[in-house]
Design a binder for this molecule. Structure first.
Ligand code: MEV
Length: 467
């Protein structure tokens, strides 16, 4: 017999893994139920999860406030990529990322461009968008005719919400009425353009949009130009768009191709420049490559976005939408080699804030912003784009020369050694040994086995590949 919906419900209710009122339990209660229900060694698990609680209760309370049902903290490394010269200023950039070699790659690219003029940027625009999506069977031409009157009502009703932002130089910039009824019957939207200054502005935008939704409903309900069923307008949803092609920054580096000499033993500057140009071109032609290419850019972008308490999901959603703006997913970066000059650049739409949200609440986000000299949102856009470009340059540089595995596995060596329980002495010997040998999980395991049995370094010619 096939189980019906009520059977599923009964099964779920009787399963001891299902709980109601979890959110109401105190933290210790949540933890106790969790480890006893799901984990093999509850006592050990509680000890471990508690060991990640912050020792300062005030800080822990702040962290708990960011989310819901928290039982512990999840640590990620907070690293620094120094020597970033961006628009004539030196930055030590904070990066939060769990992947080995990303910070090293950014640092190395920063150092490389430090001697070649550094990264330059231009914030091309800072406008954001929000939408009120609505359904209406009424006469749209009439609403278009009354649009100035509607706009006035929208702005008037939202004035208490926008006053503060207007004082800071932002607010609502423009409102459009868009007819999409050819794609979906009775579907229209108010497309609203915002300036949110140094805040990312999500809460501000959404509050304004919800107010606009209410005003819109009242407007058609009360205006004498409409009657009967024309008064029935339904707001489907009011929400900001994370696609912000008008909040965009360009970052670039450039140098004569001859200054790229010596980057790789087997390649002169012009050859290297052309290999990079071709690698970028491939990421414009082939979406499979483009996804990985852009992922490399976001290695850098997300790490700074996270370190500064911004929303990396929003940034990723925007970047990938932009990468597919002409209907095909492409590279976000570009490269040209003309008249002996290598030019490499990135256009990145990115809506970030340096006030509001977590930016000042998270102690490390606040510290990151201080490290960056408490930048404006526009300056932070520049820094993030420069790091994304540096990351892309470093990845392509490895890819078109040595390949990435050599450097990546060297960085990953520590993780493998930790995983295999290496002692301090074994780590020191392994790092020395693998300086000129290829790192792989099995090579490190074999190395440790040999070292532990024989108490000396293995004969590399027998088992290990020179790297
Ligand atoms: C790895 O995290 C990122 C790269 O794959 C990026 C790229 O291929 O361009 C190295």
């Amino acid at each position: 017999m096939v189980a019906g919906p009520s059977d599923h419900k009964r099964v779920a209710m009787n399963d001891k893994k299902v709980i109601s009122g979890f959110s109401k339990l105190p933290k210790a209660g949540k933890l106790a139920w969790l480890v006893e229900t799901f984990l093999r060694d509850p006592e050990k698990a509680v000890r471990e999860l508690r060991s990640f609680w912050h020792q300062d209760e005030d800080v822990q309370r702040i962290l708990d406030g960011f989310s819901e049902n928290t039982v512990s903290n999840y640590y990620l490394p907070f690293g620094i990529a120094p020597n970033f010269l961006i628009d004539g200023k030196i930055y030590a950039v904070p990066m939060v990322i769990e992947e080995s070699s990303v910070v090293a790659a950014a640092s190395s690219a920063a150092k490389f461009w430090l001697d070649r003029g550094g990264f330059r940027t231009e914030v091309l625009a800072t406008r954001k968008v929000g939408q009120v999506h609505f359904s209406w069977g009424g006469p749209i031409e009439r609403l278009y005719r009354l649009f100035d009157e509607l706009k006035e009502a929208l702005l008037r009703d939202a004035a208490p919400i926008t006053a503060n932002m207007e004082q800071r130089g932002g607010g609502v910039l423009d409102i459009e009425l868009i007819d999409l009824s050819e794609l979906e019957p009775d579907y229209y939207q108010l497309k609203v353009h915002f300036e949110t200054c140094d805040s990312m502005g999500a809460n501000f935008i959404n509050t304004v949009l919800e107010e606009f939704g209410g005003t819109l409903v009242r407007f058609v309900d009360e205006h004498p130009a409409f009657e009967g069923s024309d008064r029935d307008l339904i707001v489907i949803m009011s929400i900001l768009s994370n696609y912000t092609p008008e909040c965009i920054v360009r970052a670039w580096v450039e140098c004569p191709v001859d200054e790229l000499n010596g980057l790789c033993a087997d390649m002169d500057g012009p050859t290297f420049a052309d290999r990079i140009r071709r690698a970028v071109r491939i990421a414009h032609i082939d979406p499979h490559r483009a996804a990985t290419h852009n992922k490399g850019i976001f290695n850098g972008v997300d790490a700074v976005v996270l370190a500064t308490g911004n929303d990396f999901r929003a940034i990723e959603a925007c970047g990938h939408t932009f990468a597919a703006r002409d209907g095909k997913y492409r590279s976000l970066s570009d490269c040209s080699v003309e008249d002996g000059k290598f030019r490499f650049w990135l256009d990145l739409p990115i809506a970030v804030g340096t006030v509001g949200g977590l930016t000042r609440l998270h102690p490390l986000a606040s510290r990151s912003l201080e490290l960056l000299g408490n930048p404006s949102a526009a300056e932070l856009m520049s820094i993030i784009a420069a790091v994304g470009l540096a990351q892309n340059f470093a990845a392509l540089r490895s890819l078109v020369t040595t390949g990435i595995q050599k450097g990546h596995m060297k960085m990953h060596l520590q993780n493998i050694l930790h995983h295999l329980g290496a002692t301090e002495r074994e780590v020191i010997e392994a790092v020395k040994f693998f300086k000129d040998h290829v790192v792989s999980f099995s090579a490190v395991r074999d190395f440790l086995e040999f070292f532990r049995q024989e108490n000396k370094l293995p004969d590399p010619t027998l088992v290990f590949k020179k790297g």
